[in-house]
Write a protein that binds this ligand. Structure first.
Ligand code: ATP
Length: 444
């Protein structure tokens, strides 16, 4: 006799009230359509771990697209569908997104002989997932609300803190799962089951990665670099010999050597430092790490990486530009001592925050780090107290000269030459005397 675990009380303990109400609503709509609806994947994993998870993935047995339309109607939200994959996304009025997939037996061509007839759709859906810890579901239909669906004894792996694939061909089917395995292992301080680790080593040996033309690789690499602390995962990638595949042109036999690790740690320090400033501008940490890894390489290596992993052109262009500009600036800053603030300002002002943190990561001199940190915290926000309007009030004729005058003034401000509005006015009047301007450069 199968005893099913019910997660109702766990949900009450761990989820917000609106989230529980949303799940109940999804269950009600499922009965109306009617379909079976389940919350699946990371949501269930993190619920069992009592961890916050803001993504909601729903799988329905039946027509997922139909279901999404009904759900959007009932929630007052919008929906978007991917007919080809029988998936949909429901966007709630408050911006919350619900991903909906259809569990369907007949479209899945499983490579090994499987007694498919015996599998319910949800069972097959879960069987196709990456790891056992992600292969559980919670049913949402009112009668079964909160019932945990665990066909493969996944709860036990979660308890044992093990990352385990569901079948031997998992990495053959989708090698990007290797990166996912590493990411989950390091994020949650789990361990890979020995057999799963062996399958990874085999997959690497078999050069399953030969064809990098799969956008999933880049998105998984990006997710790794976006983790709270990606360094253990990066070391694990090296441990699995993945560097030869990721960065074949970086250096033969590249390992996480001391210098490499040093740059990564410096990138992390810069990111942590920036985070603690609580500035409004978001930083894409993955860019800082990616640039740091390429810190000792030419821009062409980064470009080749982007090409290999089908990184969208716009992102590629930005990455390459940030790298080239940051490398140049880092060099200039290191070579010249006693730069004025205004000089530092104009050197750094085209870089994004990611490029700036990268400069901090590769800088060997503390003066360079200091210059950049100073720029981020102070200079970047600097502005003159007077504006074009004030210049007009002083009798100047608006035109391209205004920009030059105000930039000049900004320099003076950055270098501490002027500190108040009246000093700014005096500075302008002394450096751009009205009677020296041609007659038509003056206000009537
Ligand atoms: P995170 O906490 O990082 O968001 P997640 O488990 O929610 O982790 P997603 O990438 O959002 O990860 O994927 C959602 C679910 O889809 C996973 O839990 C997993 O079951 C399944 N999944 C995602 N990618 C794959 C894959 N490459 N192969 C098989 N299943 C996958």
């Amino acid at each position: 006799l199968e005893r099913k675990r019910n997660l109702n009380s766990l949900m009450i303990d761990c989820l917000t009230k609106p989230m529980i109400q949303l799940l109940q609503k999804i269950g009600e709509v499922a009965d109306e359509v009617p379909v079976n609806a389940f919350a699946v994947g990371g949501f269930v994993r993190d619920l069992l771990l009592k961890k916050r998870n803001l993504d909601l993935d729903i799988v329905v047995e039946g027509n997922g697209i139909e279901f999404a339309k009904h759900l959007a109607g009932r929630l007052g939200g919008r929906y978007r569908t991917h007919e080809r994959f029988s998936t949909a996304m429901v966007l709630m009025p408050d911006g919350f997104k619900i991903d909906i997939a259809t569990a369907r037996l007949e479209y899945y061509e499983y490579p090994a002989a499987l007694p498919t007839v015996e599998l319910s759709s949800i069972k097959l859906d879960l069987y196709r997932r990456d790891f056992t810890i992600n292969a559980m579901a919670v049913q949402l239909n009112p009668q079964q609300f909160g019932t945990l669906i665990d066909f493969f004894n996944c709860q036990n792996d979660l308890k044992q803190k093990e990352i385990k694939v569901l079948h031997n061909l998992s990495f053959v089917e989708d090698p990007s799962r290797i990166f996912r395995a590493i990411r989950f292992e390091k994020r949650m301080s789990f361990t890979m089951a020995p057999h799963t680790a062996r399958l990874i080593r085999n997959a690497v040996k078999m050069q399953l990665f030969g064809k990098a033309a799969d956008t999933r690789f880049f998105s998984e690499i990006r997710l790794i670099f976006s983790e709270e602390n990606p360094i253990p995962a990066i070391q694990r990638m090296a441990d699995f010999n993945l560097f030869q595949f990721l960065w074949p042109d970086l250096k033969p036999h590249l390992k996480v050597d001391r210098r490499f690790l040093h740059i990564l740690l410096q990138a992390q320090r810069a990111i942590d430092w920036y985070r603690l400033l609580y500035l409004k501008e978001e930083c894409d940490n993955w860019i800082v790490y990616l640039l740091a890894i390429m810190g000792r390489s030419k821009a062409e290596v980064l470009e080749a990486f982007c090409k290999r992993f089908l990184v969208p052109q716009k992102i590629t262009d930005n990455l390459v530009w940030q790298k080239m500009h940051a490398d140049k600036v880092a060099n200039l800053l290191a070579r010249r001592n006693a730069l004025r603030n205004s000089e530092i300002y104009w050197l750094l002002q085209d870089l994004d925050i990611e490029g700036l943190l990268y400069v901090m990561a590769i800088a060997r001199k503390s003066t360079v780090k200091k210059a950049v940190s100073n720029y981020v915290t102070e200079m970047r926000q600097a502005a003159t107290l007077i504006s074009g309007r004030d210049l007009m009030a002083l009798g100047y004729e608006p035109g391209p000269a205004f920009k030059i005058m105000l930039n000049d003034l900004l320099d003076a401000r950055l270098d501490g030459i002027v500190t108040s509005k009246s000093e700014e006015i005096t500075f302008i009047q002394e450096n751009y005397p009205l009677n020296n301007l041609p007659e038509n450069g003056r206000n009537a």
